[in-house]
Design a protein around this ligand. Structure first.
Ligand code: WTA
Length: 665
C-alpha cells in the first residue's frame, strides 16, 4: 500500500517540536458541556453511550436496537426507531416553547438581511414541503439542490427531509457538467436552484448552468432522463431563460402552499442525503448518510465540541451548505440543538476585507467555525483589519478542512480569539458525517496544529502498513476502529466501491486516507492525504478527475496533476501537460495553453478546480509499469531537488522537464 508514488510528504514536518500548550481557564471548564468523565463514560458504556446520545433526539417510535454490525461494513444504528430530521431540527423547538428564538440571522452579500425564528422556519419548511409534494415528490425521491448560501438552501434541505425525500446538494462552484453527473448518478427528479447568487459584488448566474446540465451536451447526447421539474428561487432578479412546463418559480409553488404540514416519519436507516465527494478515481462518489445515526452524531458533537449554550450563544459556521461542514454544522447539528446562527451569503472581502469581523461584531457571534485557508488569507491581509472590530463576544473558535499550521493556529487564537477562547481543531470527513477527532474546549489543553484526541465514543488509531498501531512518536495512517452512528452507509448504488475504498486495506478498520502521527503524549497530528486526493482551500479534488478534464481538451496528449503546497490554499493544483504536436493554434510555450486549459477545467469540473500553474512539458515521468510518478512532479512543483529517480522507466525525462522549465519553454 505504501506506494511511494502516492504517499505525500507530511505537510507539517516540524510537529514533534511543538511544545506550546493552552489549558482551558477554570471559568470555562466550570461551565463546559463536556467534562473529562465523558471519556470514561463512553469507554465503559460502549455502543450504549451512543444510545444515550440518540435519546436526546425526538423519536416517534423509540428504538430498542442500538448497533447492528452483522452486515459489516454497512452499519445499522437504532434501526427499529422512527423519527423525522426536520421535526427534530425545527418543529420540536416550536412545540417545546422555543419558537421565538432566532434560528438564523441571514446576511446577504449586498447587505440585505433576514431574521428567521424557529417558528418562521416551521412555517417556511411546511410550505416548502407542501410545495414539493404538489410537484409530485414523495418519500425516497432524490432532489438536487444547487443554490447560493441563502435561507432557501436550508429550507429546501429541511423540506426534503420533512417529506422523506433525499437531498443531494451540489456546491454552486461546480460546473454544469459536474451537476449533470451528480443528477444522473442519483437519478434526481427535481432540481432546486436560483436565478443567481451574489459573489464579489456581481450577480453570478446559476439557472443557465442547470439548463445546460439537463440538456444534451458534450458528454451526454441525451437530455436528463430523470429531471421532471426545476424549481427556481428568485434571488438576484437577473433575466432567466424559461422552459415552460418544466420550470416553476419557488414563490409560485411555495408561497401559496399551506403552512401546515405533518412531517413524514421515517425509519432510522432511511437515507437523509447524498453528498458527492472526490475519490481517487475519475468519478465522484455519492456518499450517503441515514437519519437516526447521522443526527445523533452531529447534534452530540456540536454540543460537546463547541460547548453550545443555545439560549445565549450565537454560532457561525462560515462553510457553504454545499459541503458536509454546512450540512452537519449549519443545518442539522446546530438546528437540532436549537442554536441561533449567522448565515452569510458572500465572500470575506466584499465590500471590504473586514466583512466577517463586522458580522461577528454586529450579531455578537460567540462561537466561530472556519477553515485554515481563510485564516491564512486574513493573516496576509494583516491584523489591523480585525483590530477595527469588537470581537469580544467570541468564546470558542473552531477549525476544519485541512491541517492547520501552528503559526495560523497561534494567529487565530491571539488576533481573533483575544488569547482567551479555546481553539478546537476538528478532524473529520464527508464520510464520517460528524467530528471524530478534536479537543474538548473545557477539558483538553490544546496544542497548536494538533487535532489531538478522538472524541468520547470514537475510536481512532494510527496504524502502519499492516494495520498495527504505531507507538508514540511514530507516523502512519489514520484509521477508525469501531463503527460510529454518523458513519456513511455507503456509496450510492455501489457497495463494492464502498468496501474497496474504505475497508479493504486492513480487516475491520476504516481507512480514512489521511496520514497521521502520534506525539510523545499520544496526541494525534494529521499530516494530509496519502492518496491521490488533493485538498485545495479545504475542498477535496481528485488528481485523476483533473487529469481527465485536461486530456478532454483537443490540444492535450497527456496530463499529470499534483497538489503542491501553497501558502494560502494549503495545496494548489499544478498540472504538467504534454501538448499534441498537431495542436492547431496552440502556442506551446504556454500562455494560450494555460488560459485555454484553465477554462477547460472550469467547464468540466468547476471554477474551484482551476489549476494555479500549468506547465507544458515534453513528457511526464512514469514507472516501468506506466504509473505517473507524482512524487517527482511534486518536487518540481515545490522547487525541491528531485528525489530518487531509479524507478523511472526513462530517467532522462526529469532532466528534460527541468531544462524545459529553466529555459522557460
Ligand atoms: C482533511 C471536511 C487535518 C482530511 C470536514 C480529510 C483535515 C478531508 C481536518 C475531508 C483537520 C479535514 N486536520 N485535516 N482538522 N479536517 N481534513 O470530506 O484530509 O471535505 O480526509 O470533509 O479533509 O474533507 P471533507
Amino acid at each position: 500500500m505504501a506506494n511511494d508514488d502516492q504517499t505525500q510528504s507530511p505537510t507539517l514536518e516540524n510537529l514533534h517540536t511543538e511544545t506550546r500548550s493552552f489549558p482551558p481557564s477554570d471559568e470555562f471548564a466550570a461551565q463546559a458541556n463536556a467534562t473529562a468523565e465523558l471519556y470514561a463514560q463512553a469507554a465503559t458504556d460502549g455502543p450504549e453511550f451512543w444510545a444515550e446520545q440518540a435519546r436526546r433526539l425526538h423519536w416517534e417510535k423509540p428504538f430498542t436496537e442500538v448497533l447492528d454490525w452483522s452486515d459489516a461494513p454497512v452499519a445499522r444504528w437504532f434501526a427499529d426507531g422512527t423519527l423525522n430530521a426536520c421535526d427534530n431540527a425545527v418543529d420540536r423547538h416550536v412545540r417545546e416553547g422555543r419558537g421565538d428564538r432566532v434560528a438564523f440571522h441571514f446576511e446577504g452579500e449586498p447587505g440585505d438581511t433576514r431574521t428567521l425564528t424557529y417558528a418562521d422556519m416551521q412555517r417556511e419548511v411546511s410550505k416548502a414541503a407542501n410545495g414539493l409534494e404538489s410537484l409530485g415528490l414523495t418519500k425516497g425521491d432524490r432532489v438536487a439542490i444547487y443554490l447560493p448560501q441563502i435561507p432557501e438552501a436550508v429550507i429546501a434541505m429541511l423540506a426534503c427531509a420533512r417529506i422523506g425525500a433525499i437531498h443531494s446538494v451540489v456546491f454552486g462552484g461546480f460546473s454544469a457538467e459536474s451537476l449533470r453527473q451528480r443528477i444522473d448518478d442519483a437519478e434526481a427528479k427535481l432540481v432546486i436552484t436560483a436565478d443567481g447568487g451574489n459573489r464579489r459584488g456581481a450577480h453570478l448566474a446559476l439557472k443557465p448552468l442547470v439548463d445546460a446540465a439537463i440538456a444534451a451536451g458534450d458528454h451526454h447526447p441525451e437530455p436528463s432522463a430523470t429531471v421532471e421539474k426545476v424549481l427556481v428561487v428568485k434571488r438576484t432578479g437577473q433575466d432567466t431563460h424559461w422552459v415552460e412546463g418544466r420550470d416553476t418559480w419557488w414563490h409560485d409553488v411555495v408561497e401559496p402552499a399551506s403552512e401546515i404540514h405533518v412531517p413524514v416519519m421515517v425509519e432510522a436507516e432511511h437515507p437523509l442525503f447524498i453528498l458527492y465527494t472526490s475519490g481517487t478515481t475519475g468519478t465522484p462518489k455519492g456518499l450517503f448518510h441515514t437519519t437516526g445515526g447521522y443526527l445523533t452524531g452531529v447534534s452530540y458533537t456540536h454540543r460537546v465540541v463547541f460547548d453550545l449554550k443555545p439560549e445565549t450563544d450565537v454560532f457561525w459556521c462560515s462553510a457553504d451548505v454545499g459541503w458536509i461542514t454546512g450540512h452537519s454544522y449549519i443545518v442539522y447539528g446546530p438546528m437540532i440543538n436549537g442554536a441561533t446562527q449567522v448565515l452569510y451569503e458572500g465572500t470575506p472581502n466584499t465590500p471590504h476585507q473586514g466583512r466577517w469581523w463586522e458580522i461577528i461584531e454586529k450579531y455578537k457571534v460567540s462561537i466561530f467555525y472556519t477553515a485554515p485557508t481563510a485564516i491564512r488569507t486574513f493573516m496576509k491581509w494583516g491584523e489591523a483589519i480585525p483590530a477595527k472590530f469588537d470581537l469580544t463576544s467570541l468564546r470558542v473558535l473552531g477549525s476544519v478542512g485541512e491541517p492547520i499550521n501552528p503559526e495560523a493556529w497561534m494567529w487565530y487564537r491571539r488576533v481573533i480569539g483575544g488569547d482567551r477562547c479555546p481553539l478546537v481543531d476538528t478532524w473529520w470527513q464527508t464520510e464520517t458525517g460528524s467530528i471524530m477527532i478534536s479537543p474538548l474546549p473545557g477539558v483538553t489543553a490544546t496544542k497548536p496544529g494538533s487535532a489531538q484526541v478522538a472524541l468520547p465514543g470514537v475510536s481512532a488509531a494510527v496504524v502502519d502498513d499492516h494495520g498495527d498501531e504505531v507507538g508514540p512518536g511514530h507516523g502512519g495512517y489514520l484509521a477508525l476502529t469501531e463503527p460510529w452512528p454518523s458513519m456513511l452507509r455507503g456509496i450510492w448504488n455501489d457497495r463494492p466501491r464502498y468496501e474497496r475504498t474504505y475497508w479493504s486495506r486492513w480487516p475491520h478498520l476504516y481507512f480514512a486516507g489521511d496520514g497521521a502521527k502520534r506525539d510523545a503524549d499520544g496526541d494525534i497530528w494529521l499530516l494530509g492525504r496519502v492518496d491521490d486526493v488533493m485538498n485545495i482551500s479545504g475542498h477535496r479534488l481528485s488528481t485523476t478527475e483533473l487529469e481527465h478534464a485536461l486530456v478532454s481538451h483537443p490540444w492535450v496528449a497527456e496530463a499529470a496533476v499534483v497538489g503542491a503546497s501553497d501558502e494560502t490554499t494549503g495545496q494548489a493544483v499544478v498540472a504538467f501537460v504534454v501538448v499534441r504536436s498537431d495542436a492547431a493554434g496552440a502556442d506551446a510555450s504556454g500562455h494560450d495553453v494555460s488560459v485555454a486549459l484553465r477554462e477547460q477545467v472550469a467547464k468540466e469540473i468547476g471554477p474551484l478546480a482551476k489549476p494555479r500553474t500549468i506547465l507544458v512539458v515534453s513528457e511526464v515521468p512514469k514507472t516501468r509499469s506506466g504509473k505517473i510518478m507524482r512524487r517527482l512532479l511534486r518536487d518540481v512543483a515545490e522547487h525541491r531537488p528531485v528525489g530518487d529517480v531509479t524507478t523511472l522507466a526513462d530517467s532522462s525525462v526529469m532532466d528534460a522537464i527541468r531544462e524545459g522549465l529553466d529555459s522557460g519553454k
